[in-house]
Ligand binder design. Structure first.
Ligand code: 1HE
Length: 258
């Protein structure tokens, strides 16, 4: 599928979702948000992991400011809820999603990155929340998802002072899990997604659907949910065949990666 907003391509079991608005730095117009929602709500059955990438030098410049017209409170509420639905389709969808970051990952672009399950950033990446200086507030789930990655104090600082985090500092702060050479984030993200796609589907499901809920539960409930999920996952045919492969010496041994 290709449009002037989004293109998608299946590479083996990985869906590569590409924002194609480089001339507007992949700013998130309503059309682009709805295209993302539609894409993740209708994943083809053979897709077992996805990658979100942005064309050009910047992953995403956030909300399309050209569309930020005067809204009353009700319209503002509906707009924010539309973003929540679209980004929830990514965060709580059926498969893990990896974001490949370069250049600006700002405002709503950072909220989009936070809705993914892993973030790979190249050395050109920078993170900011310009909402603070534009007289607005995050509205795409940033206040829920970002503090879980970097902590409340860092997010508060970014919005109050306009602080911009570079790639290396950003990785240390928890924005991204991988920091790679300039121009290589997309390759690395696809490589990770291909590896993720080989996991047992129920394990991936547990990580996308169960883990985020468990961390929000009281410990006793979390432990109970964990037991349920573990029991279901271990009973799957894929789990049994992966265990046999290990016991028969047919699977790779763990080692630290460079
Ligand atoms: C845009 C947008 C946009 C670029 N909406 N059109 N986001 C921001 O406050 C970030 C605003 N953007 C920037 O700071 C810069 O554009 C960048 C650092 C991302 C890139 O700089 P640069 O020099 O490569 O590009 P540029 O010349 O600034 O922009 C190129 C074009 O993209 C230009 O349009 P043109 O028609 O003049 O070519 C820009 O107007 C356009 N463009 N960013 C609309 N964001 C649910 S709440 C979420 C709230 C937020 O996300 S607030 C944060 C908004």
């Amino acid at each position: 599928m290709t449009s002037d907003l989004l293109s998608t391509e299946i590479q083996r079991a990985v869906l590569v979702v590409r924002m194609t608005r480089a001339q507007k730095r992949n700013a998130l117009s309503d059309g682009l948000m709805l295209a993302l929602r539609n894409c993740f709500e209708n994943l083809p059955e053979q897709v077992r992991a996805a990658v979100i990438v942005g064309d050009g030098e910047h992953f995403c410049a956030g909300l399309d400011l050209a569309e930020l017209r005067e809204r009353d409170a009700a319209q503002g509420m509906h707009h924010s809820r539309m973003w929540h639905t679209a980004l929830d389709a990514i965060a709580r969808g059926p498969v893990p999603v990896v974001a490949a970051l370069q250049g600006a990952v700002v405002g709503g672009g950072l909220e989009l990155a936070c809705a993914c399950h892993l973030r790979v950033a190249d050395e050109t990446t920078f993170y900011a929340l310009p909402e603070g200086s534009r007289g607005i507030f995050v509205g795409g789930g940033g206040s829920v998802r970002l503090p879980r990655l970097i902590g409340v104090a860092r997010m508060t600082d970014m919005m109050l002072t306009g602080r911009v985090y570079g790639a290396a500092e950003g990785e240390r702060a928890g924005f991204a899990q991988y920091l790679v050479a300039a121009g290589t984030a997309q390759t690395k993200a696809i490589e990770l997604a291909e590896r993720i796609a080989q996991n047992a589907p129920l394990t991936n499901f547990a990580l996308v659907q169960a883990l985020p809920r468990i961390v929000e539960q009281a410990a006793d409930h979390g432990l109970f949910t964990e037991s349920l999920m573990a029991a279901i996952a271990q009973s799957s045919a894929e789990a049994k065949s992966l265990l046999h492969a290990f016991l028969e010496g047919r699977s790779a041994r763990l080692r630290e990666e460079g």
